[in-house]
Design a binder for this molecule. Structure first.
Ligand code: MN
Length: 283
């Protein structure tokens, strides 16, 4: 198979260009096609889906299809797809994140946001993370990324849908299997710690207590805790469709007067697909 016919796979992360998980993901997926890596030049964990609009961005080519960008994970995907890559990628993979991205945490996650950005651009994408906070074993996650990537390249993904994978930090022989799950729910506890600095002023640390989780059944957290690989299909539509009719019944209006019935409008063109899709060069 010639280089041109091979699928192009974009790999990114939020732990930064030097992370061991990124290298492991790029290596594993190189068996499925041509891999290019565009990742932040430093750790940007918990950057969420933030996009840099207030300053210019710079990309450095490090050789062999690897680029670092001085921006967020979302900046990396945007720059890659709009210009750094020679053609549109067939798939985007983000990770392998050092630490889990489960339940409510997915909205903070730069790793998951990379996959969200790709999905917004209409490119099938998955995020993959290993639980724990050190001594990561990426063998099982590398193996599973390849297996899942193969399937995504063959089948594609439904519109506005990405896959969020969380793995136990265990050797391949200790993994029990693959569970398709839903997002778990955190139990929020005391997570901001206030201290006093040497000049007598207060400062704060976010994230003091270890996370606790609700036992809801079939969640990402419960699967991973029991030694399973968790695969959660995430959807970009955050609308709570079940609440729409209830909310209409509130009869909201600007001044408390009767609500005005809105005439049926034709559907607007869908999201990002109409957006210009390359970097434009101006001097
Ligand atoms: Mn991270």
């Amino acid at each position: 198979m010639g280089r041109e016919e091979q699928p192009l796979i974009l790999v990114s992360n939020d732990d930064g260009i030097g992370s061991a998980g990124l290298k492991s993901l790029a290596e594993s997926l190189s068996e499925l096609g041509e891999v290019m890596v565009v990742a932040p030049d430093r750790e940007r964990s918990a950057a969420g889906h933030s996009l840099t609009l207030s300053r210019p961005l710079r990309a450095s080519h490090l050789g062999q299809g690897w680029y670092s960008v001085d921006g967020t994970p979302t900046d990396c995907i945007t720059l890659a797809v709009m210009g750094l890559l020679p053609r549109r990628p067939h798939m985007v993979a983000a990770g392998i994140n050092h630490g889990s991205n489960m339940g409510d945490d997915v909205t903070y996650s730069g790793t998951v946001s990379s996959a969200i950005e790709a999905t917004l651009q209409g490119i099938p994408a998955f995020a993959i993370s290993v639980t724990g906070d050190g001594d990561f074993d990426f063998r099982a996650s590398g193996q599973f990324a390849k297996r899942l990537g193969e399937e995504i390249l063959r089948r594609g993904l439904p519109r506005d849908t990405l896959l969020n994978v969380n793995m136990p930090n265990a050797p391949p022989e200790a993994i029990r299997g693959v569970a398709v799950t839903r997002q778990g729910r955190r139990v929020y506890s005391e997570t901001v710690v206030q201290k006093i600095d040497p000049r007598g002023k207060a400062y704060y640390w976010i994230g003091g207590a270890p996370p606790m989780w609700e036992q809801l059944g079939e969640t990402d957290y419960e699967a991973v805790s029991a030694g399973w690989i968790s695969v959660t299909p995430l959807h970009l539509d955050l609308t709570n469709h079940r609440v729409i009719d209830d909310l209409k019944a509130w009869g909201l209006s600007l001044n408390g007067g009767p609500p005005i019935e809105r005439a049926e409008e034709s559907e607007p063109p869908h999201g990002r697909e109409s957006k210009a899709n390359r970097i434009s060069v101006t001097s």
